[in-house]
Each structure stands twice: as C-alpha cells, then as structure tokens.
Design a protein around this ligand. Structure first.
Ligand SMILES: Cc1ncc(COP(=O)(O)O)c(C=O)c1O
Length: 386
C-alpha cells in the first residue's frame, strides 16, 4: 500500500538558486534545427590527446590521483602561466579541477559566505552569479558600458567593500577582450583594498586580429590579488574531458583545494595524462582551430552588419556574438520564437539584467550551420520589427 506522497523540504540554498538562476537546462537540438546555442567547440579533440588517455589506461593509471592534480601536470601548468617568470610559480600553486566550472565553484565557496558582496560586471557568464547565490553571498551586478567594456566609473562606485569581483576575459557572452589599460585601471581602483579578483581566461587563445590578450597575471597591480581560472575545454576542444585549473594567492589556492577535494575528490587520472599531452601539442594544432573561428567570426559580422533592427559589437575574442535586436520582446520569448524557426540561441537575460534585448550567438558551429542559422535569425529579427 502506498501512503500519501511526502514532500521533501529542500535546502534553502537550492530554493534560492532556483529562484535566482536563469541558466537553462540544455537539451540537444531537435531534428532540422541548427544550434548556435552551445559554448562548445565542434572540432574533435586532437588525436594525440585521445591516444595519451588510452595509453595511460593501458599503463595502469586507473587509480586515484593526487588530490591537487598530478604533480607533473601541475608543474607543467605552473611553468606555462601567463606572466611567468615574472613570478616563480611552482606545482604547489596549482589545483587541477573538474573543468573551470569546479575551479570557479571551489574559489567562490572557499571565499564567499553570507553577507559577502561579489561584483559581477554584466552581462556575464551566468555561472558566476549562480555560484555566489549557492554560497549565500550577494551578487552586485554592474552594467557594462555601451561598447561592452567595463564602465570604470560604475566599478569605482561598486568596488569599495566588495569581497570579490569575477569576470571572464575574453568575455562570454559579449566577445569582448578587456584591454591592458582596463585591467590596469581595475588594479588602480582596487589599490589598498582586500577585494579578490577572479579572472576566468577560458578563451585566452581565441583573440581576433587587432586585439591583444593580456592576462590579469601579467598586470603588476592585479597579480597578487588574482585567482586565475583556466580550462582545457575551449583551447583544445576538450569540453567532455573536464579538466581545468586555478592558481592564485597561496592561502586562497589551499582553501579552494580543500573545497575541491571535499566536493569532487581527485580528478580522473588518465585524463590528466591526456591533459599533459595536450600541452605538448604543436602550436599549429590550436592555431588551425583559431583560424577557423576567425573565418566564422567574419561570417557572423558580415551577415549581421547593416541589417536594420540588429546591432552587433564585432566580437574581439571567444566565439560569441552578443546581438542586440530592436524587436520589443523579452529575450527569452525571442529565443523561443527562434527555436520554433529552427535556430537555437541563448536569451541575453540569462547573463544579467543588461542582457535583455539581446541574444547570444555561438559560432563554435560548422560554417553550414552558421549560414543557415544566421539566415533564420535575420529573417525573423531583421527589418526593425517592433
Ligand atoms: C567563461 C567560461 N568559463 C568557464 C566555462 C566552463 O568551462 P569548463 O568546461 O572547463 O567547465 C565556460 C563554458 O562555457 C565559460 O564560457
């Protein structure tokens, strides 16, 4: 006999997250639809990486690894950090994580608690705010300037007393590359404070001609207050392998390592051997993928420029176009309408209040899908529909 259903009370944190989060659960594109929604390289993982994983498994690397990551992988990562040898990092400064996702979670949960305020320039990668909510902290969204770079006056007003500021550079969802001058200005604004900076540089290899990537670790005034987050997902087309890492001030690294080993345990051992192989790939392997993204970026800019009713700041890096539309509808409704017309994009509102009136287009998709998808977008949103 079955009794009445018991309603299990959920923890207040998940209730808060559900109330707050605009991140959709992702589903595969239905038949006939093209997806420009995913931040996921469509290239296969380079063959030597796959071989290295298989060889590691055959060689018996099938047991737990060091909880901070394989020492040889951490040493290799430390020697390749931007800004090295400006500061001498060692393997002890690195934690290998389950993707950048777990690196971000580890640092937020290690450093943020109830009452702590976290500045998030927005539109921003939607994971940041969700993690802050999960940690019980307060998200302080600071809108970007109209050119999608930081509004330094607004940041100057918001930063005093903040426990942390999080951003991605190059930026998901805007495709902006924050310039060295912007980073230096941020360092000046933070001078004398104890605000921690989290710089998520997942797209560091994807920077288009005319733009230059400067890591926060290369900026003197930021280096010692920055947690640097990185991943193999985008650079090496390794999203499914789940390898990321972080470095930063030693006490923060140690605290994040503690959270990570509590939440995640050690990372898959064979995958870490594969990550080592990825670091040894000839530059040309990544350069060839970057060149394809560059051509796709041209395609996006060429197809969308000058279309009445649509406005695009040309992407400077990453593989996203953040498209503003004149149609007076909420972005979640526009994304639904576009899905009905068989092109999937992400609603701008997912990335913060200023994302309203935009959709995010990913050009980590084949050129054919991109042409088809862009044509469907222009047909539906072009022409200044209000
Ligand atoms: C800015 C940014 N950071 C982190 C991630 C997550 O990366 P990972 O696959 O390493 O968890 C993404 C994925 O889209 C991203 O866009």
């Amino acid at each position: 006999m079955t009794g009445p259903m018991t309603v299990m009370p959920l923890a207040s944190r998940i209730e808060d997250l559900r109330r707050w989060s605009r991140r959709p659960a992702l589903a595969p594109a239905p038949p006939g639809a093209v997806s420009l929604a995913m931040g996921e390289p469509d290239f296969p993982t380079p063959a030597p990486v796959i071989e290295a994983a298989a060889a590691a498994l055959r060689a018996g690397h099938t047991h737990y690894a060091d909880q901070k990551g394989l020492p040889e992988l951490r040493a290799a990562l430390a020697s390749r950090l931007p800004g090295h040898p400006g500061r001498a990092w060692t393997a002890d400064d690195i934690v290998v994580t389950h993707g950048a996702t777990a690196a971000l979670a580890a640092v937020v949960l290690a450093m943020i608690g109830p009452g702590d305020r976290v500045v998030v320039p927005e539109p921003a990668y939607s994971l940041y705010a969700d993690l802050v909510v999960l940690a019980g902290g307060a998200v302080d969204f600071v809108p970007l300037a109209p050119d999608l770079h930081w509004d330094l006056d607004a940041l100057a007003a918001a930063l005093p007393g903040a426990a942390m500021m999080i951003f991605s550079n190059p930026s998901n969802p805007t495709g902006i590359v924050h310039r060295e001058q912007e980073l230096k200005a941020l360092g000046d604004l933070l001078d004398g404070s104890d605000t921690l900076v989290v710089s998520d540089e997942a797209y560091h290899r994807l920077v288009y001609p005319g733009h230059v990537m400067t890591s926060a670790l290369e900026v003197d005034s930021l280096r010692d207050r920055t947690v640097y987050v990185q991943t193999f997902s985008k650079t090496y087309a390794m999203t499914g392998w789940r390898v990321g890492y972080l470095t930063g001030p030693r006490e923060v690294v140690d605290a994040a390592a503690h959270v990570h080993r509590t939440h995640n345990g050690s990372l898959n051992t064979a995958v870490q051997h594969a990550a080592l192989a990825a670091l040894d790939l000839p530059d040309g392997v990544v350069d060839a993928m970057v060149e394809r993204y560059r051509r796709r970026r041209e395609l996006v800019v060429g197809r969308l420029s000058g279309v009445p009713g649509l406005h695009l700041v040309p992407p400077e890096g990453a593989f996203y176009g953040f498209l503003r539309y004149d149609a007076g509808l909420p972005s979640e409704a526009v994304a639904r309408e576009l899905a009905e017309r068989k092109v999937l994009v992400r609603a701008g509102a997912e990335y913060g209040p200023s994302g309203e009136g935009h959709v995010r287009i990913s050009f980590a998709a084949s050129e054919d899908d991109l042409r088809t998808g862009l044509a469907r977008i222009v047909r539906h949103l072009g022409g200044g529909r209000c």
